[in-house]
Design a protein around this ligand. Sequence first.
Ligand SMILES: Nc1ncnc2c1ncn2[C@@H]1O[C@H](COP(=O)(O)OP(=O)(O)OP(=O)(O)O)[C@@H](O)[C@H]1O
Ligand SMILES: [Mg+2]
Length: 315
Amino acid sequence: MHKQYDVLVVGDLNVDLNLIGEDITPAFEQQEKLVDDAALVVGGSSGIFACQAAKLGLRVAFAGAVGDDAFGHFLTGALTGAGIDTQYVRVDPAVKTGLTVHLVRGNDRAMLTYLGTLGTFDAAHVTADILARTRHVHSGSYFVLPRLRPRLPALFAEARRLGASTSLDTNFDPTGQWDGGIGELLPQVDVFLPNAHELQSIAGVTGIDAAMEALAGRGVGTVAVKLGDAGATARAGAKTVQCAPFPVKVVDTTGAGDSFDAGFIYGYLHGWPLSDALRLGCACGALCATALGGVPGQPALAQACELAGLRVNRE
Ligand SMILES: Nc1ncnc2c1ncn2[C@@H]1O[C@H](COP(=O)(O)OP(=O)(O)OP(=O)(O)O)[C@@H](O)[C@H]1O
Ligand SMILES: [Mg+2]
């Protein structure tokens, strides 16, 4: 059956305000400090993923929520401009659009998040009819979407019943509990995309290889683990592969993980060998990190393939 979308992204969409500087630690008692650069860009793990997936050439639709405010209008406009179908982005007039402030300093950053519409989005409007029209469903930021979380196992199960594959990047759990019902979701996940900390916390096992094996035992088909400036590793079936980091001039790693996810899923959907999908993911992550904010550094397919040493036209 012909599918309208390669990827339906269901998840967090918010504005990111990224500030970079040597001394960006806020000082109270009304002290003012100057920063070196600022960027107001599409944020949310799912939002950044969607932009990278579209930039690689995938046909992407987004299901999420924004407020009826300037940030909400900015986000729907930016996604539309990136070629993403935003007809499933709901506008909630009663709630303000979510916002994260990233304070970027060297290789580190601190985040302050106002959940806004992230706290109310429940994907109730994502019907079987929509799921039947996509090849793949991706969701990001499981732990900061309290209303979506309980619905996700059934949504992923329905998507798979209708022939789609699924992927999940939980990102960080601000509660520190690393549960939130994820045990029910994992068996519905074809591709799990954590970083090393998230992987071990969710698996409840120390050590990357042991934690990947534990998740395979819980029904997750493929696990790709992001290791920051150490690159990444992935496991599918009994096969494990590694990718060393690509050398780039890093400005801000916000969204590197989400851009990695999109690169990896591109390879997955094209049936590439695991090691090539991992290389494309790492190239997207590395190039994302060369600019302030998640989206501005994201590469097109040709640029990512060049860095990764992959041929572009290789269906
Ligand atoms: N300093 C770096 N140099 C080269 N590549 C990098 C660097 N930082 C990140 N990457 C690439 O981007 C990928 C994803 O980055 P990272 O490990 O920071 O993901 P993450 O922890 O999920 O981050 P986030 O959720 O904040 O986007 C890494 O696996 C790596 O391939
Ligand atoms: Mg991440």
